[in-house]
Design a protein around this ligand. Sequence first.
Ligand SMILES: NC(=O)c1ccc[n+]([C@@H]2O[C@H](COP(=O)([O-])OP(=O)(O)OC[C@H]3O[C@@H](n4cnc5c(N)ncnc54)[C@H](OP(=O)(O)O)[C@@H]3O)[C@@H](O)[C@H]2O)c1
Length: 300
Amino acid sequence: MKSTILAAHQYGQPEVLEFAQYELPPLAAGMARIQVKASGINPIDARRMTGEFKHAALPQTFGTEYAGIIAEVDGSQNEWTVGDEVLGSGGAFTHATVIDVPLANLIRKPKNIDWPIAGTIAGAAQTAMTILDETGPAQSLLVHGGSGGVGSIVVQLAVEKGIEVVATASAANQDYIRKLGAIAVTYGEGLVERLKAVHPTPFDVSIDMIGSEEATQTSLAVVKVGGFMGSIAGRKLSSNKIQPVWVKRNTKNLQHVVDGIADGRFTWTVSREYAFKDAQQAYSDILEGHTKGKSVLVFE
Ligand SMILES: NC(=O)c1ccc[n+]([C@@H]2O[C@H](COP(=O)([O-])OP(=O)(O)OC[C@H]3O[C@@H](n4cnc5c(N)ncnc54)[C@H](OP(=O)(O)O)[C@@H]3O)[C@@H](O)[C@H]2O)c1
């Protein structure tokens, strides 16, 4: 079976992206072959494209989450059959029409979740759950960048736990942050004062989605001594008091978020939808860093 995959033979701007035809090898044990219906686009895809992470060897492929239909499955596995609608995550290959994925990180797509939403859940959901697992018990949380893919769900998961959440975003996304259940504050000059006005006592925890000097200095100013300050941005920061946090794949965590979306407890926003053929435009837009909720590639 052939797959059309998004690939790049050099680092650079979206012009380096090209479509390649790939003949899939026979399906390996413990794997399923998925006809992809939708696949989320994440900042990491575009950052790898530009060469920010030079350890990504060339040529490189992209995409870390998907939803689709099982086209073939390892025959020794009874739990899954051809035609099952599923979603999951995997490393840097899901922006393709057909993909082979391990059965271990596969879950069923609820019927009432549309493909574009289903294809964007796995990465952000598992990252957000990892954040809350690693930050430990807290009564108050500051989220730098609460309106993007990870921020939108980390806010809701924290609110679900009864944590008081304050989240930053641009002026355009203040109502959206409030809808997610957090106190909204605009980032930019004067941030510390605005935070102290809405939350006069020190925060137990902060988590940074940006990796900016403003986020670093603000966390140092408003988080209590001994509180947890984390960053998922994967950028070099000026203070080693901010702990890097990296996503851990955990199917139970993913199922928790999927269940919450299916039963309406969590809002899941997909603000931009692109046909697979328009991947260059999609990558160009995600590089801007102001996605509301998620962006997705959809496949015919
Ligand atoms: N460590 C890991 O395992 C891991 C996992 C997933 C993602 N990541 C990384 O985490 C980062 C966030 O991912 P994401 O998917 O949530 O990104 P995203 O969807 O692009 O969201 C970016 C967010 O940042 C906000 N923002 C932009 N500029 C800002 C600024 N100067 N100050 C404060 N907020 C600002 C945006 O709000 P406005 O639009 O309102 O400006 C938006 O809420 C990315 O760098 C990604 O590569 C790491």
